[in-house]
Design a protein around this ligand. Structure first.
Ligand code: SF4
Ligand code: SF4
Length: 377
């Protein structure tokens, strides 16, 4: 009995074989026991995977196409008119075709007879966020705001700026490009996390299905290592879903600020006592992943800033891998990157947001750590 608690379902799924994923997704939805959105025939449905880069599914950077396929099949089977869409920052203004082909979305969309697009194509609309932490007004993708049903399909990964990217962080893809730059310039980890919670609260999705079959640990969301976890997770409440998954992954309580900040805005539940986990015993699936080496959680921010000469974790361009494509410079919120024969970073302008690493499809931006940083966390 859930006694009014928010339900999160966790279903084992060891591989990406399509029948197994389809079974796990259907089971995860069944376990929600009616707490799924009602999709009327003809309803517009946005399926919003994480399509951070044009990389193949085995890189574990994007939501696996078998997971997207299972959810799209379910929604289309109920009569929904489904569009698969996301908006990686680096591909602003570019065609969706390479992104959709590389990530496996184009093939599944063809097979299912549904559309794919970049969220920017339909434009952005202004939304107010009552009680916002940082952003009282945001520009969200029209598809996110106006679709009858929004299904959020996050990939479970670590994140250099927010520690974790799950359901709440995945809706960052719905934010207008001009707002993204402003958001990254807000300052530290907490302010950025609060702003992400603001945009999530402006339009929480109706359903969340997370790909945690293979997750990413370490320097996520683009340069970490894939790690099998063997789970499909679902909930109507993306905040509760993130809270449960960060518990599974071994994050310290309160470490993932996006979860707490979204709950403070009333966009979901972050108190584990108010959440019922169905499908597997939470204790049976707990693990401990490698968190990103990007924040000093144990010392005050001002001390870390003062000791920057000896204590740093910053991006570094690997010249041998750089193709001088300019993607990193395009997304850098402070204009710290110049691209000649290779990209170079102005240390004085860099705020260590690691957006450049997210944008680089050639793995040319690495994490450089000072000797002292190895001993501080
Ligand atoms: S570092 Fe990566 S994104 Fe930047 S110019 Fe080089 S290849 Fe392109
Ligand atoms: S160089 Fe990279 S880490 Fe530094 S501010 Fe620009 S995008 Fe952020």
């Amino acid at each position: 009995m859930n006694e009014g608690r928010t339900v999160v379902s966790l279903v084992p799924c060891e591989t990406y074989e399509a029948p197994k994923v389809e079974y796990a997704v259907r089971r995860a939805l069944d376990l929600l026991d009616g707490a799924v959105p009602l999709i009327q025939p003809g309803a517009t449905v946005l399926a919003k995977p994480n399509l951070l880069q044009a990389r193949p599914p085995e890189a574990a950077i994007t939501t696996h196409p078998t997971v997207v396929d299972a959810v799209v099949g379910w929604a289309a089977g109920l009569g929904g008119r489904v569009v698969i869409a996301d908006q990686p920052t680096y591909s602003l203004g570019r065609s969706a075709s390479r992104l959709m082909e590389k990530t496996g979305m184009a093939a599944l969309a063809d097979r299912r007879g549904v559309a794919t697009e970049l969220l920017a194509e339909a434009g952005y609309v202004e939304c107010r966020v009552p009680g916002a932490h940082q952003l009282p007004m945001v520009h969200l993708a029209q598809r996110v705001v106006e679709s009858d049903i929004v299904i959020n399909l996050p990939k479970c990964k670590t994140h250099m700026q927010t520690f974790f990217t799950g359901a709440v962080k995945n809706m960052f893809g719905g934010l207008a490009p001009r707002d993204r730059m402003d958001l990254h310039c807000l300052g530290g980890f907490r302010a950025v996390s609060d702003a992400i919670a603001d945009l999530y609260a402006a339009r929480p999705p109706h359903l969340n299905v997370m790909d945690a079959v293979v997750v990413m640990e370490g320097s996520g969301p683009a340069r970490g290592e894939p790690r099998p976890l063997g789970l499909i997770a679902a909930s109507r409440d993306g905040v509760a879903l993130d809270r449960v998954m960060t518990e599974v992954l071994g994050f310290r309580p309160g470490m993932v600020r996006t979860t707490e900040a979204a709950a403070e805005l009333g966009a979901g539940v972050s108190d584990l006592q108010q959440i019922e986990v169905r499908g597997v015993d939470l204790d049976a699936v707990r693990t401990s992943i490698r968190i990103p080496p990007s924040h000093w959680t144990g010392i005050p921010h001002f001390l870390a800033r003062a000791a920057r000469r000896w204590l740093y974790i910053r991006p570094r361009v690997e010249p041998a891998l750089c193709r001088a494509c300019g993607g990193c410079a395009q997304v850098c919120p402070t204009g710290a990157i110049q691209v000649g024969q290779v990209a170079t970073i102005d240390r004085h302008k860099c705020i260590e947001c690691f957006c450049c690493q997210e944008a680089c499809s050639f793995d040319a931006i690495e994490v450089e750590r000072s000797w002292l940083s190895q001993y501080v966390s």
